[in-house]
Design a binder for this molecule. Structure first.
Ligand code: 13P
Length: 257
């Protein structure tokens, strides 16, 4: 973390978990363990149908709400899809874009990710853009090349002004849901490289201000060590964000004096 130059953001990604009726009890439980978020912004990204309940329940806790996906079109005949301005209308602030599960199971590509980033920014949302290498890519030694390409493609055509609202999440695919976290050094190295790509594209000032999260089996035990890396400005947390006590402990790790 580097609190002087950029915001720390701890974001939960509930994925396809949590019923709408479970949102309020979750918020009550989280409130009871009362995480003090003096230094960081806290976000919960939830399934579409949970969003109204989440916005209501998390308001008092000052937790922002994010979606997990959006459609890149403004409106129209796209049965079953959700547009950016619908999310804004609800009071949603963030949206995860290009999560590896969407790339893997729903055919999202670097090109569709770029379109979604533009749609989100145009509507006033803050995209959390996910990038990450597979195990094969890491073993072949092409991690940084892969990440470089993903970051450049996702940000293609994004103005410097809009870049101030973009969050990047580095999520090595082999660390997601596996309990196999990247070491703090591995994660810090890639997050530093991502900042380098942004520096090349937008200059040092913007690169210094962008929030870069780590995601992949981040939990209450390893959060402090990961967040101690200078280029890791928060986390995108799956499994541990479904357990109020664990999520609160991660928030606490981001708020140590
Ligand atoms: P886990 O924390 O469950 O590994 O999930 C990480 C993730 O994919 C967050 O987007």
């Amino acid at each position: 973390m580097n609190r002087k130059y950029r915001k720390t953001i701890i974001a939960g990604n509930w994925k396809m978990n949590m019923l709408p009726s479970q949102v309020k009890p979750f918020a009550d439980e989280l409130k009871a363990v009362s995480p003090r978020a003096k230094w960081c912004e806290t976000v919960i990204c939830a399934p579409f149908v949970d969003l109204p309940a989440a916005i209501k329940a998390f308001k008092e806790l000052r937790i922002s709400v994010g979606a997990e996906n959006l459609n890149e079109n403004e409106k129209g005949a796209y049965t079953g899809e959700v547009a950016a301005n619908m999310l804004v209308d609800l009071g949603v602030k963030y949206v995860i874009i290009g999560h590896s599960e969407r790339r893997q199971y729903y055919g999202e590509t670097d090109f569709s990710v770029n379109k979604k980033v533009h749609a989100a920014l145009e509507a006033g949302l803050q995209p959390i853009v996910c990038v990450g290498e597979s195990l094969e890519e890491r073993e072949m030694g092409i991690t940084l090349e892969r990440i470089n390409l993903q970051v450049k493609a996702a940000l293609s055509g994004v103005s410097a002004e809009k870049m101030r609202r973009v969050v990047i999440a580095y999520e090595p695919i082999w660390a997601i849901g596996t309990g196999r976290t990247a070491t703090a050094e591995q994660a810090g190295e890639v997050c530093g490289a991502i900042r380098g790509v942004i520096r090349d594209l937008y200059g040092a000032r913007i690169a210094r201000a962008v929030t870069i999260q780590y995601g992949g089996s981040m939990n209450d035990k390893n959060a402090a060590e990961l967040l101690a890396q200078p280029d890791i400005d928060g986390g995108l947390i799956g499994g541990a964000s479904l357990v109020p006590a664990k999520f609160a402990a991660i928030i606490a790790a981001a708020n140590q004096e």
